[in-house]
Structure formats: C-alpha cells, structure tokens
Design a protein. Structure first.
Length: 113
C-alpha cells in the first residue's frame, strides 16, 4: 500500500511539472505561425509584417501570403492573414484581413499631408 501512495505522489509531481511549459519566444511563435499558415493554405508565406504577445493567451502574428502568382511579379495578389497561436504555439485562429496587388501602395496609417 505504501508503494501505491508513493507512485501516486510521483505521478502527480510529474504532471504538475509537465504542465509548466517554457514560454514560447517571439522567434518561435513567428516560425510556428509561418509554418502552420503555409500548411493550412498550401501557399508560401512571403513575409511577417507584425507580431505581438496576446497577454497570457499566446501570440498574434500577421503573415503576408502570395495567393496568386502573376507575370509580371508586380501584379501578383497577396493577402494579409492574422494568425493567433496559444501558449504552446498551436494555431487557434486564422483570418484573412485584406487582399491586395503586390504593386499596391499601402496607405493605411498615413495621414493626409
């Protein structure tokens, strides 16, 4: 009977230490977001345009993806995807924010001069 109690204690200790996982770094989060969106969409990620910690919930990463390649390349269509990851780096949400031509000038955030 003493063996059972000891086994239970060691099992509960290993569970509690196993549940404490190392916090995902920014570089790891960006890499995981890029990999997962490429697998999900079957298209290559062009670049990462932003990333931020989402409090204790995980990470939010904005990934630019080539949706339609054209010739000349300046007329290809890209899209911005917001990718949300949990603390373990698993994808929990992805949504397209906008779609645009590669040669389109980004006027977001610019004030009238």
């Amino acid at each position: 009977m003493a063996e059972r109690k000891q086994t239970r204690k060691s099992t509960s200790r290993s569970r509690s230490s196993g549940s404490r996982q190392k916090k995902l770094s920014a570089a790891e989060a960006v890499g995981r977001a890029r990999d997962q969106i490429e697998k999900l969409l079957g298209r290559p990620a062009e670049t990462i345009s932003s990333f931020s910690a989402n409090g204790s919930k995980g990470w939010v990463v904005t990934v630019e993806v080539v949706e339609l390649e054209r010739i000349p390349e300046s007329t290809s269509l890209l899209a911005s995807y917001e990718v949300k990851l949990d603390n373990q780096g698993d994808l929990v949400e992805a949504r397209r924010l906008r779609r645009y031509s590669r040669n389109q000038v980004d006027m977001q955030g610019k004030e009238d001069e």
